[in-house]
Structure formats: C-alpha cells, structure tokens
Design a protein around this ligand. Structure first.
Ligand SMILES: Nc1ncnc2c1ncn2[C@@H]1O[C@H](COP(=O)(O)OP(=O)(O)OP(=O)(O)O)[C@@H](O)[C@H]1O
Length: 269
C-alpha cells in the first residue's frame, strides 16, 4: 500500500480539561487498526508533563514516522507501546485489547523494538538470532537462522561471526534478525539508523519497506531525519511537547500548520 492510497482523516477534539487540541487520526487502508491510543499521558516523578494526551489510530501494515524536537516525548511514546514504560490502563490497545492486560513477554514478541545502538549478546550471530525462540524452548535450525539473516539483508557468512567482528550497521541488522525471529507483527524503531553510515542506513530502510510489503508489518519509526521519513513512511506524526500536533503525508510536510512543527521542519531542512 502506498501513501496515495491512504485516507487520512483528522478530527480535532477539544480537550476541555487542558484546553489542548487532541488529534484523533484514522488512516483507513481497509486492514483495521493495529494500535489505538487514547489520551495517553505521562508526568515525570517531579511533576513535569512528558506526554500530554496522545490520541492516534495506527492501521495494520503501515509505516508511521514520528518526528519532533528533542525532548518532545517520541521515545517515551514508543516505549509505552510495548510496556518498556507501563502506560495507564485503557490508553493503549493492540488489536482492540488493552496492552496492560496482555502477558508482557508475549506483547514484546508481537511488538518488537530496535534501538539506536544494537546491543548484541555474547556468542555468535546465530546464537543471537536463536535467542528469542530458545527462551520458548524452540531451537531454530541453521536454515531458519539463515533465512532470518537474509530477511535482514545479511548473508550466511555472518552465521558464526561474533558481535565484536561486526560493524555497527551489520550489528544493527543482526539485532533486526533477532527481533524478527520472534515473528513480530509490529516493529518499533527508535532512531534505528542514526549511528549508521549512509549505506547501512539504506540497507535498513530497504529491509523495513520490504517487511511492510511482504509481511504486512506495521512499523512505527522515530527518526531525526526528515529525508529518511520521506523515503520510508506512509504517514508522519509531528510530536511537540508531548502531543501529536499534526499528522501529514510525507510529501506534505511543508504544509504543516503548527508553528513549532513548521519551525522544526524548516530548521531540519
Ligand atoms: N523517566 C523519566 N523521568 C523524568 N523525565 C523523563 C523520563 N523519561 C523521559 N523524561 C523526559 O521527558 C522528555 C521526553 O523524553 P523523550 O526521550 O521521550 O523525548 P524524545 O522526543 O525522544 O527526545 P530525543 O529526540 O532527544 O531522543 C524529556 O524532557 C526527558 O528528559
């Protein structure tokens, strides 16, 4: 599904308590909603608001880009979706179910996450890829490991290498293969290429787009690169001060109306 086929409907609902505009977003591509997020809020231990009522519907099989200024709450939002930060009940629904009611490990298998820097475990690349299934008593065959490496754009020559022998870009693809071994339905990506060179960046971007096309993967990706978001995402959420202030198609980012979003986009080039 390409961006042209997206039907983006934005309702602005007044939040009477805080007098903020909350955006309810429906991107209808016929496959139903993977995530529904309702008035998600977080306040720091010292009383500082971090998330200020996020409302968004994320459809299946869509790549959603999240951009916004530093400290706007992008990572916090992402981490709520697989309970690395525990959201309040009745705020985050996966396939219509409140995620706080799900088994947390099962949730994290379904909703995999990749960080800025890959943290590989000791052992070989194959050991890393086998890690998740092994926790559930399943030993992946060599062939299954190779297939996962291929999916993450690594050839079988990496099979017996140790983490220390890899570049950051290669290690990131191993981390991706390790996540894919759990058969996730959603990938959360927190600036997954910001530590990578342009070629490794392109490899990861290609894999992400391929996963969407071939596996119907839903991807939610935080990036500081507007260009990257434009290359990869179907729809872009602009996060400012813990709120989604606007949702746009990647080729419409220059039409952002929110003043902070406009300024951020101008400065980001
Ligand atoms: N557990 C916490 N306790 C206190 N403050 C926190 C906590 N987690 C995040 N914050 C603060 O919340 C704000 C949002 O942080 P977050 O990392 O989600 O932003 P971000 O948009 O991902 O930023 P960046 O682009 O710099 O990675 C920041 O001001 C951060 O310092």
């Amino acid at each position: 599904m390409s961006a042209e086929h997206l039907l983006v409907a934005v309702d602005e609902a007044e939040d009477h308590q805080n007098n903020n505009n909350n955006h309810h977003v429906a991107v209808d591509e016929g496959g139903g909603m993977k995530f529904e997020i309702r008035d998600l809020r977080k306040v720091s231990d010292t009383g500082v608001p971090i998330l200020n009522g996020i409302n968004v519907d994320i459809p299946k099989g869509v790549i959603v880009g999240i951009i916004g200024p530093s400290g706007s709450g992008k990572s916090t939002f992402l981490r709520a979706l697989n309970r690395l930060w525990e959201p309040p009940s009745d705020t985050v629904f996966l396939d219509g179910r409140d995620i706080v009611d799900l088994d947390v490990l099962a949730l994290r298998r379904k909703v995999g996450m990749l960080f800025q820097l890959p943290a590989l475990f000791q052992g070989t690349v194959a050991d890393n890829v086998r890690y998740g299934p092994q926790l559930r008593g399943k030993k992946l065959t060599d062939d299954e490991v190779s297939k996962l490496l291929t999916l993450a754009d690594l050839d079988s020559s990496f099979f017996n290498k140790s983490g220390a022998e890899l570049s950051v870009g290669q290690a990131q693809r191993v981390a991706l293969a390790r996540t894919l071994a759990n058969h996730p339905e959603v990938l959360l990506l927190d600036e997954p290429t910001s530590a990578l060179d342009p070629i490794s960046t392109q490899n990861i971007e290609d894999v992400i787009v391929k996963l969407k096309k071939t596996k119907g993967m839903t991807v939610i990706m935080v990036s500081h690169s507007i260009k990257q978001i434009q290359r990869v995402a179907d729809v872009v959420c602009l996060l400012v001060d813990g709120e989604i202030v606007e949702i746009l198609k990647p080729d419409e980012l220059s039409e952002a109306k929110h003043p902070m979003a406009q300024r951020f986009l101008q400065l980001s080039g």
